[in-house]
Design a protein around this ligand. Structure first.
Ligand code: SF4
Length: 317
């Protein structure tokens, strides 16, 4: 079997995976209804898989149910290194027992970025090293002084819960507690994003009434807000004594050499909307017509379906 050797290209990767899957299993990945049905019945959403579901059912079907991987890129690799440094910084802030200086923080980024060196060109490696150092230095100067006011903070907090009966699990980048009017149970959910500065800002907008009532809901403008609101929802439901103060988005954009912190309070209407999204997605997932692509040949996953997926053949009795 001829396999395309280019591994940095999404299209080539998809072609190769499809060849392997089909050569081993015939058309099983589309025709083994019981296997897929079992995956659907036991599916546990995460905030990001819900986001994928709401933006493209076909993409969800291939990447989340059938687990077809996508090719990484320099931005993802760089984002991981930035994220790892932020994770280390939060970890060392717990109980104020140990604090991290700026040099150590940047060093964590450099070490993680070094592990990605084989995935990018030498030129990209050097450029992104400088960009990362610059933006994280700015982040440290602007953000860390506030950390002294936190009562406690938790990095990579895992959760496992339900939204209106729909199972969810995931990991929150950071949760910290602050004191408000003598109450030390006020908490803040923080999510980190290292993509495009403008794009991240736009996606953290709270959806307006018109957008919320539209079916299907167009998540593209609000995906970061939805993700953080899901974290907040589950933590509030699981911890009745905790009081949600706000959700925050720390945008650390090395390519744009910019960082900013955005925040929103949330109310009961927001939580009701999150429940509606979870219920609608679960209903669609269990609909016999799922997945229902929009059918545009120019769009990646519909093109993939038409080009590589053989039609499902009816089984003979
Ligand atoms: S056209 Fe197809 S690939 Fe594009 S968003 Fe719709 S379902 Fe997804």
């Amino acid at each position: 079997m001829e396999i395309n050797e280019t591994n940095s290209n999404d299209e080539a990767l998809l072609q190769n995976i499809t060849k392997l899957l089909l050569s081993n299993q015939g058309n099983k990945i589309t025709s083994d209804i019981n296997w897929i049905q079992n995956k659907i019945e036991n599916y546990v959403f995460s905030p990001s898989s819900l986001s994928t579901f709401l933006s493209c059912e076909n993409e969800f079907y291939y990447t989340r149910l059938l687990s077809i991987p996508s090719a990484g890129n320099v931005y993802m690799a760089h984002g991981n290194a930035v994220h790892k440094a932020l994770e280390k910084l939060s970890l060392l802030w717990i109980n104020h027992e140990e604090k991290m200086d700026k040099e150590t923080f940047i060093q964590h980024f450099k070490e993680h970025w070094f592990t990605q060196r084989g995935l990018v060109s030498e030129e990209q490696y050097k450029l992104k090293l400088i960009e990362g150092e610059k933006v994280l230095s700015e982040y440290f100067d602007k953000r860390v002084p506030e950390f002294y006011d936190h009562i406690n903070s938790f990095s990579e907090m895992q959760f496992d819960g339900q939204i209106a009966g729909v199972p969810f699990k995931g990991k929150v980048d950071k949760v910290h507690f602050t004191e408000v009017n003598g109450n030390r149970n006020n908490f803040v959910v923080t999510d980190y994003k290292s993509g495009s500065f403008k794009g991240s800002k736009n996606k953290f907008k709270a959806p307006g009434a018109k957008a919320r009532n539209k079916i299907p809901f167009n998540i593209s403008d609000n995906s970061h807000w939805v993700q953080a609101a899901i974290y907040a929802y589950i933590l509030v439901k699981q911890n009745p004594t905790w009081i949600l103060n706000r959700i925050e988005l720390d945008i650390i954009s090395p390519s744009n050499s910019e960082m900013e912190v955005l925040s929103h309070p949330l109310d009961q209407e927001d939580f009701k909307f999150i429940e509606t999204l979870a219920l609608r997605a679960n209903e669609r997932l269990n609909d016999p017509n799922f997945p229902k692509g929009c059918g545009k040949d120019s769009c990646k996953w519909c093109h993939f379906t038409k080009t590589y997926m053989p039609p499902v053949e009816e089984e003979e009795d």
